[in-house]
Design a protein around this ligand. Structure first.
Ligand SMILES: Nc1ncnc2c1ncn2[C@@H]1O[C@H](COP(=O)(O)OP(=O)(O)OP(=O)(O)O)[C@@H](O)[C@H]1O
Ligand SMILES: [Mg+2]
Length: 362
């Protein structure tokens, strides 16, 4: 239960810069997701917070205490590794008890604590089994219990649900979110799964190539992406992008005239920008039959998903995906128009791929 501050952290492995001047503040009791593609530096950042890696430069603080040179065992962090190995020769009880035994906690206290954390994770009836007698999801919960039992100040989780099947993942994800809030532990949760980050986190830090691109609550990073990459990484399907040219009062998108969204009119003028990328989310548009104001194209494909369907529309060679209600019928090649919800449009600078509203900062 502490605030974690990363101040300008750089981590080099030889010549390779895995983390580049990362600054991030994780509030007391906050659930922070570190979201990014494979190789973006998520684990490196997590292990740096844990003290397993020492930053090449920069400082780390737990509250006001500078822990940059403090070894992992003196940081009171609970760490669940990406490949959550349990000790195979120990029963579940002993696996969970292990961190407390290292601390020479009295036996009856250990017993009480292990039982309590096991109950919280619904594994209290498994304490007498060996890891190989457990399902993947149960093993996972044992690993989480082991990290929790020592009542860490900071809980660090590295893709803890990545090996579970989809259903179990949904179940454990809800449990974990509730548990973190009940215990009031500051948590950093590494994932490359955008849905998991959106569902669980108070705030999300999007990381790419060792740099944090954006930090914000789920709504913010979802609806107000700072970079094209962020819009394209979150959402399923992710944000659509089409190239557009700014004209006097409209945007030319492959010959379609789209009015410049009101929220951008002043800014576009001020920036004097011509080449932009127009981004919109699949549920911030609708598909109507025939030609209308919007992006005119043809139906390339449609995928029913139960309650709704995804329509893929070809717009002069570009492809965009839009949600449509379940009952509507579409045919391959049919002429349609994608009508955009104006207030949700995001315009990015084509060169830097940064959203226009962020172009003037720094
Ligand atoms: N010990 C190391 N020595 C050299 N390079 C490393 C080392 N650890 C990580 N790297 C490199 O640093 C980059 C970030 O690695 P990291 O493990 O942090 O990625 P990640 O975001 O956790 O990826 P994944 O989602 O695949 O687990 C990668 O390019 C990786 O090859
Ligand atoms: Mg990793």
């Amino acid at each position: 239960m502490v605030k974690v501050t990363l101040d300008n952290i750089t981590k080099r492995f030889g010549d390779f810069e895995a983390l580049k001047r990362v600054s991030l503040e994780i509030a007391d009791k906050e659930f922070m997701a570190l979201l990014g593609p494979s190789g973006s530096g998520k684990s490196t950042l997590l292990y740096t917070i844990a003290g397993i890696y020492k930053p090449t430069s920069g400082r780390i603080y737990f509250d006001d205490r500078d822990v940059t040179d403090v070894p992992p065992k003196d940081r009171n962090v609970g760490l669940v590794f990406q490949n959550w190995a349990l000790y195979p020769h120990m029963k579940v009880f002993d696996n969970i008890a292990f961190p407390l035994e290292l601390r020479k906690v009295p036996k009856d206290e250990i017993s009480k604590k292990v039982k309590k954390v096991a109950e919280m994770l619904h594994i209290e009836n498994l304490l007498d089994r060996y890891p190989w007698q457990l399902s993947g999801g149960q093993q996972q919960r044992v690993a989480i219990a082991r990290a929790l039992v020592k009542e860490p100040d900071v809980l660090l989780l590295d893709e803890p649900l990545s090996n579970l099947d989809a259903l179990l993942r949904l179940e454990v994800r809800a449990e974990l979110k509730r548990l973190q809030k009940e215990l009031g532990i500051t948590a950093v949760y590494v994932t490359h799964d955008q849905a998991e980050a959106l569902a669980m986190a108070d705030r999300i830090a999007v990381i790419r190539g060792g740099e944090i691109l954006q930090v914000g609550d789920p709504d913010e990073v979802y609806y107000k992406p700072k970079y094209r990459f962020v819009g394209g990484f979150l959402g399923s399907p992710p944000m659509n992008f089409v190239e557009a040219e700014v004209q006097d009062s409209y945007l030319d998108v492959y010959g379609n005239k789209i009015p410049i969204p009101p929220q951008y009119r002043e800014l576009v003028k001020k920036l004097g920008i011509r080449e932009v990328i127009l981004g919109f989310r699949p549920h911030d548009a609708e598909v109507v039959k025939g030609k209308a104001e919007g992006l005119f194209g043809t139906v390339y494909s449609f995928e029913p998903l139960g309650r709704e369907q995804i329509i893929t529309v070809s717009v002069n060679g570009a492809s965009v995906k839009v949600f449509a209600p379940e009952g509507e019928h579409f045919t391959f090649g049919e002429q349609v128009t994608v009508k955009l919800r104006e207030d949700r449009i995001i315009l990015f600078d084509k060169k830097t791929e940064k959203a226009l509203e962020f172009l003037l900062e720094e």
